[in-house]
Design a protein around this ligand. Structure first.
Ligand code: KG4
Ligand code: ZN
Length: 346
């Protein structure tokens, strides 16, 4: 079954064509970072206007790269929340138009569910971008524990089957990605902060500064808190402003502290709940230290660890197609009257 998916929840306009919820035939992402950079964050009004400009060419390109026509499609999936409502609206309207004009099912998908389903991708064709054609891997299987870490969310979810999710814990203040972005902004490293910190941290000493690992005490369960660690970085820089400091050491120590907490709680959730599979989802799952540490510490605990292919870690439509395929099979199509919901829960 061929699903075209559209994802416009934030600042990336994306379309993808995916076969049977696991095989990515094409994935096109038009990034808007250049338009938002000078403001140090995403400007919602600019994001929605830019989506309108590029949505049709992006869909066309996704079909072309997959070597398919509109007539080959069996369904169209779209992110309907959570996200910026003006941005979501552009994708939802485009998907409705495709569904109505071709008379194929429309599937509204939760963005967070989409991130989780990036772990199911088991084959993707990178041939048109110069990568390995039809690279293959094994995807995740139920039941699993998923750590969802993005710019807006940080949560540990137990997934027993399609749609059977239980949130075990979440952040009580900032999301992990938000902490990366805020620390990078404070250190004037640019936006988005995650990839820059990831890169710079490779040249730093993660033991240089011992930032406190927040909320590891038993009483906090699987909940997180990242605003304190961000403040700890700011205070450290203020206190030591007169002395020579290496930015690389600061970001490496910060990243190490965040990753330690994320990995420890995820592995603990799997072990304590008797679940043998763990996976990683959301933009922060692009982080190289988080990826390698989860693999390492998960394996040490006897768990099977799945991480999404790197190109499906940050926002993309391929993951939405995967989740949409399963949703269609489980619940049937969505109504043409669906509306975007900014605060949609998992
Ligand atoms: O999932 P995503 O693309 O958008 C949301 O749904 O929020 O996640 C974006 C977040 C940003 O906070 C960005 O800084 C973070 O993911 N991010 C990273 C890395 N790449 C992206 N954080 C840490 N390390 C990275 N390599
Ligand atoms: Zn996301």
């Amino acid at each position: 079954m061929l699903v075209l998916a559209i994802e416009t929840s934030c600042d990336d306009t994306s379309a993808a064509v995916v076969n049977n919820g696991v095989e990515v035939l094409s994935s096109v992402i038009a990034s808007q970072t250049e338009f938002h950079k000078k403001y140090g964050g995403i400007v919602p009004e600019i994001a929605s206007r830019r989506h309108i400009e590029v949505i049709n060419p992006v869909i066309k390109e996704a079909l072309e790269r997959a070597d398919k026509d509109f007539g080959d499609l069996d369904a169209v999936a779209v992110t309907c929340g959570p996200g910026l409502v003006g941005s979501l609206l552009v994708g939802v309207c485009a998907a409705k138009a495709v569904s109505y004009s071709l008379d194929i099912p429309l599937i509204g998908v939760n963005h967070l569910e989409g991130h989780m389903y990036a772990n199911f991708i088991n084959s993707h064709s990178l041939s048109k971008r110069g990568g390995n054609p039809n690279e293959e891997r094994e995807g995740v299987s139920f039941p699993f524990i998923c750590l969802i870490v993005s710019g807006g969310h940080t949560m540990i979810v137990e997934a027993k089957g399609y749609g059977k999710y239980r949130t075990l814990g979440q952040t009580r203040d900032d999301a992990a990605g938000e902490a990366f972005d805020k620390v990078a902004r404070f250190l004037k490293l640019g936006f988005p902060g995650g990839p820059v910190i990831d890169r710079l941290a490779k040249e730093g000493d993660p033991k240089a500064i011992d930032f406190k690992r927040p909320m590891l005490e038993e009483e906090y369960g699987y909940d997180f808190s990242f605003s304190g660690i961000k403040t700890a970085v700011v205070n450290y820089v203020m206190r030591n402003a007169q002395r020579g400091m290496r930015t690389q050491d600061i970001v490496a120590s910060f990243q190490r502290a965040v990753v330690d907490v994320l990995v420890e709680k995820t592995v603990k959730a799997a072990v304590e709940n008797g679940i043998g599979n763990i996976c990683l989802a959301g933009g922060v799952s692009a982080n190289s230290l988080l990826r390698s540490e989860l693999m390492l510490r998960g394996a040490e605990a006897g768990l099977r660890v799945t991480i999404p292919p790197f190109e499906y870690t940050t926002d993309n439509a391929a993951m939405i197609a995967c989740a949409g395929f399963h949703r269609l099979k489980a619940d049937g199509p969505s109504q043409l009257s669906i509306k975007p919901v900014a605060g949609l829960k998992l």
